[in-house]
Design a binder for this molecule. Sequence first.
Ligand code: F6P
Length: 493
Amino acid sequence: MWTKRQLQGTMKESLSDYLLVVASNRQPYSHLVKSGRLTCVRQSGGLVTALDPVMQAVEGVWVAEGTSPHDRQVVDANGKVLLPPENPSYALRRIFLTKEERDGYYYGYSNEGLWPMAHVVYTRPVFRVEDWKQYQRVNERFAQTILDEVGDRKAFVWIQDYHLILVGQYLKAANRPNLITSFFWHIPWPNPEVFHICPQKKEILEALICYDLLGFQIRYHCDNFLAAVDANLESRIDRERNSVVFQNHETLVRPFPISVDFEGLSDISQSDLIRNRAEELREELGLKGKKVLIGVDRLDYTKGIPDKFRAVDRFLEKYPEYKEKIVLFQLGEISRIHISKYKELNDELNALAEEINWKHSQGSWLPIVFTRSYTPYQDILALYTLADACLVGSLHDGMNLVAKEFISSRTDADGVLILSYFTGAARELTDAILVNPYDTESFAEAIHQALAMPREEREKRMKKMREIVAQNNIFRWAGKVLSQLLKFDFQEA
Ligand code: F6P
């Protein structure tokens, strides 16, 4: 089994002569002032959950966008700050974007165009040529920053996610023989018919096959990508090697299902700190004596949060004996709120929670507690440990790491995972209760099944899922990608 120490050992030895540079849009930590004090806050989202422990293990430099005014104040003359604050082990190099760059590149092209296209949840993608220009510009800025950071050293550059597709192409154009490049696509890759709508489809494919190694969450996404290449580019696809050869350059295409730091999460979840916090939260939030369903999502229309609310509503209609006995505690961190679809979702959720709560309320009891306030990571872990079931209702999701975090936190081998079929995680976690979130009736039944499940069966299922996540942990994911990268030869200068 891969462990943090093993990754550290192997990579420190193998990477000792090289620099590792990771780049993503989202930074791992942001500096904010809270109650008059400068605080360093870990950011939400699967990418940070996965990569922060990896970077702590292998060190290196992480390039990402700085977003708060205080992010700017704490960096040194090279735009760098050491992280994590309590035990610095890697450097974050922040890039600061103008409002126009951010609007076009992040809100526009990445999140109004690529995001809905990749997820196919019936939200119309919007591709504006001005956004594409900003996208190109910002990707070029990331590439320049990486080149500046690397200098003449030999480096492995590992780009993350759909915001930064073009970086590899700009790096290649700089013609530096000292770089081996890799890209990991964290979200689903759609089928060729869906991808066909993208006005920049050729540019995107050509840019992606500039990387030496291209990773997706599951084989199905690799196959969709290869089908898109086949349909759009005059290249050669080598089915045996799972690679694309274009203009004498080969790109390996591989599935690498992402994960979490199972051991780290297990350890902290059984600490007194988290146990005591769970008891405090039970008291503070009025959860004593109730069956608790927990939901932890970014407020995103792909996460199926309204579908969860509707399932709870239907469950209470069918099983009124559970009134006053259950609570769905749904955390929803506000996300991409300048995009109208996200504002609409926020309004829809407020109205829906209010309507369902009004319909079923009795005395002071409300079935849905929906909170958007910032929740410290330790509180999220405490909530996982006290929950009777965790509900993941994504309509489409590359992996979904909430499912894997929940499992890692359950050292008591208790708690039930209700998991959407349409997540990458559902391919591994077949001992969850798998649901179609579009089907309210069966989703409601799944809640009933979870709450009625005998302890013995809960334990059996949870133990199996814990074994799987323990094996396929984040250090294995990183170890597999980095080992593959180490096999490439640097070009002769
Ligand atoms: O996994 C998809 C992703 O966009 C990640 O890149 C990111 O960390 C996460 O979702 C959160 O998204 P955002 O940074 O736009 O809030």
